[in-house]
Ligand binder design. Structure first.
Ligand SMILES: Cc1cc2nc3c(=O)[nH]c(=O)nc-3n(C[C@H](O)[C@H](O)[C@H](O)COP(=O)(O)OP(=O)(O)OC[C@H]3O[C@@H](n4cnc5c(N)ncnc54)[C@H](O)[C@@H]3O)c2cc1C
Length: 358
């Protein structure tokens, strides 16, 4: 039997945007439920335990001026530390590896000591029990005949006055049935909007020691030959655990990829780099709840923050909130938080307008 319940707002997705929107709506007194497809919160914030610390397999940094992230870090008391910058840069091309003085790749940036996922965890922990429902993929959103929307999961139909869709628009169109009720120009836009980092694999190599630092290298490298195209030091606070990470195009991940990565690491950083203690390959294009099919074909980043995402759809009942919909800092955690803020303001404004007309 399908469970039926009624709420002011249903938020779809418990990534950082969905969690921030949920927390703000609850703080504003709205009965809100957040439905999450995965059995964890955080979405593209994902950290794996690597005692004595953690390794980030999704977002890594935040930067000066990202005040929403700074505020959250302060509010939740999350320790931060600075990205390691000291040392020389390596550049790899078909002719070999060159060493250039100084770090030409990394900008000064902050890191989350307990991992980026801690931001999402802190939000979720602060919400009343039962607000976030895990393992609840939304399969359909339909305007309800007498007002509001019906939001369906395999086990429930939730009725709400409004819905906040806090996942990448292209993913929403691929996974959620809107019963052809969205305007065609919005559907075209959403299907064409890239998913930030959706076509990327993040590779994290953990080592017993940061031998590259001892050699005066920053751990920063750029490669035109690959498989990793851009590499950074990813060691935790005080260098623990020692680690390097790199990005690769997800399309090249397949048989032999791991060997190709360790061979490249050895070419760049020397023989010690060929034998990481652990090698994590996080292929975001294979993540059903991050990435729609053929994500690598979506390349028009000028669609991020498009004006159509700034206005509610379905007669004021649907608000967008993922980082892709932000007008500033789109792609970043800061963008996800800004998009959530805008969705919450629009939702509360619609709510007030509706109460005045009742
Ligand atoms: C490898 C990588 C590196 C990055 N590096 C950085 C960085 O250094 N700094 C930075 O600021 N940003 C970085 N980012 C981007 C950052 O992670 C994102 O901007 C941010 O996490 C997006 O949050 P979101 O809530 O908008 O979306 P998401 O995190 O994608 O959240 C969407 C949520 O919706 C859920 N969901 C999906 N479909 C459904 C459905 N049908 N029903 C219910 N739930 C659903 C998902 O499971 C997910 O939890 C990086 C991302 C990646 C992948």
């Amino acid at each position: 039997m399908l469970q039926h319940d009624d709420h002011d707002v249903v938020v779809v997705g418990a990534g950082i945007a969905g969690l921030a929107a949920t927390a703000a709506l609850i703080a504003a007194g709205r009965d809100t439920v957040c439905l999450e497809a995965r059995s964890r919160v955080g979405g593209r914030l994902l950290s794996t335990h690597a005692p004595p610390g953690v390794l980030d397999l999704g977002a890594t940094w935040f930067w000066g001026g990202e005040r929403r992230v700074e505020d959250l870090v302060a509010r939740f008391g999350i320790d931060t530390f600075e990205q390691h910058l000291a040392g020389d840069t390596l550049v790899q091309d078909a002719t070999g590896v060159r060493r250039l003085p100084g770090n030409l790749i990394d900008a000064p940036a902050h890191r989350f000591a307990p991992g980026a996922e801690a931001l999402a965890g802190a939000f979720a922990t602060g919400l009343p029990a039962g607000v976030v429902r895990l393992d609840s993929p939304v399969t359909a959103i339909r305007p309800h005949a007498t007002g509001g929307v019906d939001v369906r999961t395999p086990g429930a139909v939730l009725h709400a006055e409004q819905v906040v869709v806090a996942l990448p628009p292209a993913l929403a169109l691929a996974r959620i049935d809107f019963d052809s009720r969205l305007p065609p120009e919005l559907v075209r836009l959403a299907r064409a909007t890239p998913v930030w980092m959706g076509a990327v694999a993040k590779v994290v190599a953990r080592y017993p020691a940061a031998f590259w630092r001892d050699a005066g290298l920053a751990g920063a490298a750029a490669s035109s030959t690959g498989p990793l195209q851009e590499l950074h030091d990813m060691s935790g606070p005080d260098g623990q655990p020692p680690a390097l990470f790199g990005f690769a195009a997800a399309q090249i991940v397949g048989p032999g990829f791991e060997q190709a990565v360790t061979a490249q690491l050895a070419q760049l950083f020397g023989p010690a780099a060929a034998r990481p203690d652990t090698l994590h390959i996080q292929n975001w294009s294979g993540e059903r709840w991050t990435t729609p099919p053929a994500v690598h074909r979506l390349g028009d980043y000028s669609l991020f923050g498009h004006p159509l995402y700034q206005q509610p759809a379905l007669d004021g009942r649907l608000h967008w909130a993922s980082t892709e919909t932000a007008t500033r800092y789109a792609g970043h955690i800061e963008g996800a938080l800004a998009a959530a803020e805008r969705a919450v303001t629009a939702s509360l404004t619609t709510d007030e307008a509706n109460s005045c007309s009742r």
